[in-house]
Design a protein around this ligand. Structure first.
Ligand code: 5GP
Ligand code: MN
Length: 329
């Protein structure tokens, strides 16, 4: 077999430590962040199956409901409640903060060792092993590199999961943080048998008409104030259109793609006094910094955080101030 080109992200030391940690463990728990996206589920479920085939009892811990659009993923039934009370090794994927793994923190605390595989900016989490590479476009790319270089098991389902995460987190191989390694990874996953057509059809050719109508409704409510665009989405609107809050993500991406818009912002009502913010930028604004300054995190071009206030109008006004300050900085 041809050797992998020298475009690796993970250091030899990180790789050896990872191998040592899994070899020393009989039972392994994996958790991704709350409200998992394609990359979070793809990397967690893909890594789980590989470790299981390698001979380890491995569980992915369910901490949220899965949005409907991701229910097609293979192995999705392995996103479930833990089968053990404690594990030898706890692996956090696709986030670098303990509070983002929500209730899985209790199991994490009881584990003998903890390690992180992530690609978000500014991760300062303290664990036994951090494999954090913010120049990676997706956690799935890192998981692929680990599996490949350690010669851990991989099959069609694992390849499909990793490919799904790669496609979603790179915006279908478009975002600026992709590299030669991304295409090499995609090519190899394709060769292994990733079902790219099934992924494509499920993710991009399966939209409910009600979702289109929901997007249309939101687009009509957008406040355009170049270089930013801002819109709020309430729980009631989601209910009225029979969609989930996660269905609004497409809108923030559409707004970011407009000429003259550098930053797009979506304010999502999650709970009483809880508004989750999604930020997307295009050329020059580091939205990971805006998110970190407000208690959240993410990437230079996509980030999020939470605002606690008692009405949508207040949340939108707070957000306008934050954006105007960041733009004038
Ligand atoms: P989204 O807008 O899709 O929810 O999030 C965009 C990016 O920001 C994702 O990479 C996500 O993991 C990150 N992100 C969103 N919300 C939060 C948050 O509350 N805390 C942190 N640390 N990251 C977030
Ligand atoms: Mn990710």
């Amino acid at each position: 077999m041809k050797k992998m080109p020298k475009i690796e992200k993970i250091s030899q030391k990180e790789l050896e430590n990872f191998k040592k940690f899994i070899d020393e463990a009989d039972t392994i728990a994996i958790s991704a962040h709350i409200n998992p996206d394609g990359d979070a589920l793809g990397s967690a479920l893909g890594l789980r199956k590989s470790l299981e085939l390698y001979g380890k009892k491995s569980d992915v811990i369910k901490i949220s409901e899965v949005d409907d659009y991701l229910n097609f993923l293979p192995q999705i039934d392995f996103y479930k409640n833990p089968s053990l009370e404690e594990y030898d090794l706890f692996i956090i994927v696709d986030c670098s903060e303990f509070d983002r793994i929500d209730k899985a923190i209790e199991i994490c605390k009881k584990s003998k060792k903890v390690l992180v595989i992530d690609h978000h900016e500014g991760g300062s989490i303290k664990t036994d092993l951090n494999i954090i590479h913010s120049d990676s476009p997706a956690s799935c790319e890192l998981v692929y590199e680990i599996i490949k270089r350690l010669k851990l098991p991989i099959d069609k389902e694992i390849a499909t999961l990793l490919y799904a995460g790669l496609v979603t987190d790179t915006g279908r191989f478009l975002y600026s943080n992709i590299s030669e390694l991304t295409f090499y990874t995609a090519a190899d996953l394709y060769k292994i048998g990733a079902d790219f057509e099934m992924i494509y059809k499920n993710l991009y050719q399966n939209k409910e008409i009600s979702k289109l109508q929901f997007e249309n409704h939101l687009l009509n409510k957008v406040e355009f104030k170049k270089p930013y665009a801002l819109v709020g989405v309430s729980k009631k609107t989601c209910k009225d259109f029979g969609v989930q809050m996660g269905d609004s993500e497409s809108v923030v991406n559409m707004l970011r793609d407009l000429k003259g818009i550098e930053v797009a912002c979506l304010v999502k009502e999650y709970g009483e006094n809880e508004f989750k913010i999604s930020l997307r930028s295009k050329d020059y604004l580091d939205v990971s910094k805006i998110a970190r300054d407000n208690g959240g995190g993410g990437h230079v071009r996509a980030s999020g955080f939470t605002i606690n206030t008692d009405s949508m109008d207040k949340a939108l006004n707070i957000m306008k101030k934050i954006l105007e300050e960041a733009i004038n900085d």
